[in-house]
Design a protein around this ligand. Structure first.
Ligand code: SF4
Length: 85
């Protein structure tokens, strides 16, 4: 699935995120943490509606691969549902 030339729409499942703090180390332009340390996607407030800008795709995929709870979901088209932080 991982092809750095493709467009990716990431979204964090904040119900399963364990607030480990890893994803924003790999992709600080894409992920940040709320007051509880749970991660969310900054570029669209975790709605999964905006594709990651090309320069940040590689880091986002590293975060996806490294998430210990598999909480980072990615699609090649926008998510329809909406999950707020
Ligand atoms: S790497 Fe996964 S578990 Fe860790 S903060 Fe990010 S989304 Fe949460």
């Amino acid at each position: 699935m991982a092809d750095a030339d493709d467009q990716y729409y990431p979204m964090v499942d904040m119900d399963t995120c364990i607030a480990c703090g890893a994803c924003a180390l790999s992709a600080p332009q894409v992920f940040d943490y709320n007051d509880e340390g749970l991660a969310y996607v900054t570029i669209d407030n975790n709605r999964g509606t905006i594709a990651v800008p090309a320069p940040f795709v590689s880091g986002m995929l590293d975060a996806y691969d490294g998430c210990p709870s598999a909480s980072i979901q990615i699609q090649k088209s926008a998510f329809n549902n909406c999950q707020h932080k």
